[in-house]
Design a protein. Structure first.
Lengths: 128, 347
């Protein structure tokens, strides 16, 4: 399982790529593997407000529905509509093609409690 | 692996969709050892068996099996089961794992109340593992191992025989997937060896292990009921659309209620729904027509064969006509769905 070092992570199994005031959000390799085949995804509209620790969308495997939790508060600047038509990308390329939303954050303090790759990996080891 | 009814259950191996498609196009191997087995035997066994079931055991011969419901006095379903007839004095009921103890207790109560003292009811669940081999190539996977040509076992018949020269088993031409296939009951001690043997003999035919996730999507595409979804203590076979397994020419618990329902109609009916809008229906989601509640989803999934959301739902009977459009409420959004006849999947 892969956890790129240049990303930040949450205990709700999202990853975050920080570029200035814009962060890109997706779900981790561990999350997609636990879900199994992803067959449906629901994302917010561009311009929507998202709140840290609150659901911003939904991802469904054949068997189950799971909420997607926002790692930060801010406003959605871009949505990856391509994965709505091909949700299998979430299984195939969770850190690349299957990014979900880009969010503009008000302040970098939003990022304070995010986990490093090592911390996240330790967390999921303990969760198993 | 997930826990279920005291068992550790394999939900998926290579992935639900992959396994599902393997069963539809080639062959899948299922470990369904959690299923319960209750044997009924003794001198008046046939009378007792006939009394407890809604279907008619007199319609099958030795070596055949039959699907039936077991009902409470109020018509609610205790369980759905396949009964294997060895001979006039010996039967095996294959029941749902989560209902096994309930069914066993219920059988004993009916036995005491209706006075069948010579009948023996035995829970043999711990003595049987069950391996199901399902799919168009299942017959080819099984052929090299079985002591008869599996083609000679007709649909809903079974054979008591030997596998791989030494494993005693009950082999029935039955299944829960809508594909041709076999269900094999054997001593749990022999199960790993048979699993391995079938994996090897099925290799040239594309066999692969399949879990309970695929088992559920396969059965739902066929519209087969699953207890806890389409069937329950407070759902009758008539409401679940299973009237053809209820024979009013004989007695059984709940007969009066079911006869009345089949004569006068029911307050809910089971229908198939196929999503027209995006979204996947799930158990418990509300079904509406023009904004008014008309029912609830019983089972729902993304259909791997049809690549669209499908569901069974109990709705008010005036909405059961195929072709009409209803809405399924998915996270507050009313998503359009069409009422369709079952099964969803047709070859």
């Amino acid at each position: 399982m892969d956890f790129p070092k240049d990303l930040k992570y949450t205990k709700e199994h999202e990853w975050v790529r920080v570029e200035g005031k814009t962060v890109t959000v997706g779900i981790t390799d561990y999350a997609q593997d636990s879900l199994g085949d992803v067959v449906y995804v629901e994302l917010p509209q561009e311009g929507a407000a998202v709140t840290k620790h609150e659901p911003f969308g939904v991802v469904e495997s054949v068997k189950a529905v799971s909420d997607l939790y926002s790692p930060v508060s801010g406003s959605v600047t871009e949505v990856n509509d391509a994965i709505i038509d091909s949700p299998e990308a979430i299984n195939e390329d969770p850190y690349g093609d299957a990014w979900m939303i880009k969010v503009e954050i008000a302040s970098n303090s939003e990022l304070d409690d995010l986990l490093t790759a090592d911390e996240y990996q330790k967390f999921i080891e303990e969760e198993k | 692996m997930v826990p279920f009814a005291g068992w550790e259950m394999p939900v998926q191996y290579s992935g639900v969709i992959d396994e599902h498609k393997a069963v539809r196009s080639a062959c899948g191997l299922f470990d369904v050892s959690h299923m319960g087995e209750i044997e009924i035997s003794g001198d008046s066994a046939i009378d007792f068996v006939q009394f407890i079931m809604t279907n008619d055991i007199e319609r099958i011969a030795d070596g055949q099996c039959q699907y039936t419901l077991l009902c409470r006095e109020d018509g609610g379903v205790v369980d759905d089961t396949i009964v294997y007839k060895f001979n006039i004095d010996r039967y095996l009921f294959v029941v749902n794992a989560s209902n096994k103890d309930k069914v066993f207790d219920w059988m004993q109560q009916v036995q005491a109340k209706e006075k069948f003292p010579d009948v023996s009811i035995e829970d043999l669940s711990a003595s049987y593992a069950q391996i199901a081999v399902q799919g168009p190539k299942a017959i080819d996977a099984l052929r090299p191992l079985l002591d008869v040509d599996p083609a000679d076992i007709r649909h809903f018949h079974f054979h008591l025989g030997l596998l791989a020269g030494e494993i005693e088993a009950i082999v029935s031409r039955t299944g829960y997937t809508g594909e041709d296939g076999f269900e094999i009951y054997l001593d749990p001690a022999d199960a790993p060896a048979l699993w391995k043997a079938l994996t090897d003999s099925g290799m040239p035919h594309g066999i692969r292990p399949a879990g309970l996730g695929a088992r559920d999507t396969l059965r739902l595409e066929m519209g087969y009921p699953l207890y806890g979804h389409e069937l329950a203590d407070d759902i009758t076979p008539i409401e679940a659309g299973l009237g053809k397994y209820v024979r009013f020419s004989k007695d059984f618990p709940g007969k009066e209620v079911l006869e009345k329902q089949s004569r006068e109609g029911t307050s809910k009916a089971l229908v198939g729904l196929k999503m027209l809008d995006a979204g996947i229906p799930r158990q418990g989601y509300e079904v509406q027509s023009g904004g008014k509640t008309i029912g609830q989803v019983a089972s729902g999934t993304m259909s791997p064969s049809l690549e669209v959301g499908i569901a069974t739902a109990f709705v008010k009977p005036e909405f059961k006509a195929a072709g009409s459009t209803v809405e399924v409420v998915i996270r507050g959004r009313a998503a359009k769905a069409e009422v369709v006849p079952l099964p969803f999947y047709k070859k």
